[in-house]
Design a protein around this ligand. Structure first.
Ligand code: UGA
Ligand code: MN
Length: 314
């Protein structure tokens, strides 16, 4: 265990503490002011599926009162498109960038989402937050709304099963007489806490007692080492989700594809049609790029027949 304090540089792109939502789950915002804040940490990285994943996740989080979304992007530079997207959702957020150190990039497996979660932990430290709940919510999982009321009750560390994990289709605590006594997970590998990142939540007052909170760059062991760094003991674990009998979070994974490519003469990427603006937007979102020379010409059809670009666009 490396007992060293985190020493990350935190690079904030934009943030907002304003909650512009009036109603959440049919109740006005004012009904919720007493609740502790959930700090929902989402590591994310640029790829074709990034914007759709974050949009889907945002549409879950929009139902949740008193939540601050920490979106930590695994890249060097801030991007305006993401700032605007996050602002548009109208809930409190902090957008930061924190790239994986280059020496890890080509490792297999690489420590995914670690640099960014570390930066988020550093942000929590910097703000001396001792009130609220920390949860690591990857951008591609599926979250049941009941998860949030369950984790909000966390006194120290709460745990619950995660669906769709590896061979068993599940990973989570074994509970007897209301106490966590062991774990069901198809990959143990010496892990004392063989749980998924999405399978636990931590109370910040509890975490604040541990100055050496850390998440080392050790693929597969991130959860275990993080939980060790905050001195977790079996008897401290609070089982949630009706004594760990229900699934409140799913480890869904999205099939990843390489960037789309559309071959189109650049002279047609102007405002004579929608295509200029559309393809420009898709480029900003990291989905599709355009080329003048590579691959087959973009198919543009009318009445079931391919038409020359010049005929439709000039
Ligand atoms: C599994 C676990 O569910 C994750 O909690 C764990 O972090 C991950 O393995 C791991 O240790 O590698 P999995 O679905 O296999 O998750 O991994 P991804 O969803 O691809 O990545 C986990 C998170 O890190 C995602 O939020 C993803 O957006 C982010 N990530 C991924 C990066 O920030 N950078 C990358 O290069 C890849
Ligand atoms: Mn995932």
């Amino acid at each position: 265990m490396n007992f060293r304090p985190l020493n990350e540089t935190v690079h904030i792109c934009s943030e907002s503490y304003e909650d512009r939502r009036q109603f959440m789950q049919d109740k006005p915002q004012s009904d919720y002011v007493q609740l502790p804040v959930i700090y929902f940490v989402t590591p994310t990285y640029p790829r074709r599926e990034q914007i759709p994943e974050l949009t889907r996740l945002a549409h879950t989080l929009l139902h949740i009162p008193r939540l601050h979304w920490l979106v930590a992007d695994d890249q060097e530079k801030c991007n305006d498109y993401m700032d605007k997207l996050l602002y548009r959702f109208g809930m409190p957020f902090t957008h930061m960038v924190s790239p994986m150190p280059s020496k890890f990039r080509n490792e297999k497996p690489a420590p995914r989402g670690v640099a960014n979660r570390r930066a988020a932990l550093q942000w929590i430290r910097q703000h001396n937050l001792t009130n609220g709940i920390l949860y690591f919510g990857d951008d591609d999982n599926t979250y049941d709304l009941r998860l949030f009321s369950e984790i909000r009750k966390t006194q120290r560390v709460s745990m619950f099963p995660v669906g769709l994990i590896a061979d068993y289709g599940v990973s989570g605590p074994v509970v007897r007489k209301g106490k966590v006594v062991a774990f069901l997970d198809s990959w143990v590998a010496g892990r004392r806490w063989p749980v998924d990142m999405a399978g636990f939540a931590v109370n910040l007052e509890y975490m604040a007692q541990y100055p050496y909170v850390n998440m080392p760059y050790k693929p597969g062991y991130e959860e275990d080492l993080f939980l060790r760094s905050i001195g977790l003991q079996m008897n401290l674990i609070e089982p949630r989700g009706n004594n760990c009998t229900e699934i409140l979070v799913w480890h869904t994974q999205t099939k990843s594809k390489k960037l789309g490519m559309v071959r189109l003469e650049s002279k047609y990427l102007d405002d004579r049609s929608n295509l200029g603006a559309l393809l420009h937007n898709l480029k900003l979102m990291g989905v599709t790029s355009t080329t003048e020379s590579e691959g087959r010409n973009a198919l543009i059809s009318k009445n079931g027949r391919e038409n020359p670009h010049s005929k439709i666009l000039s």
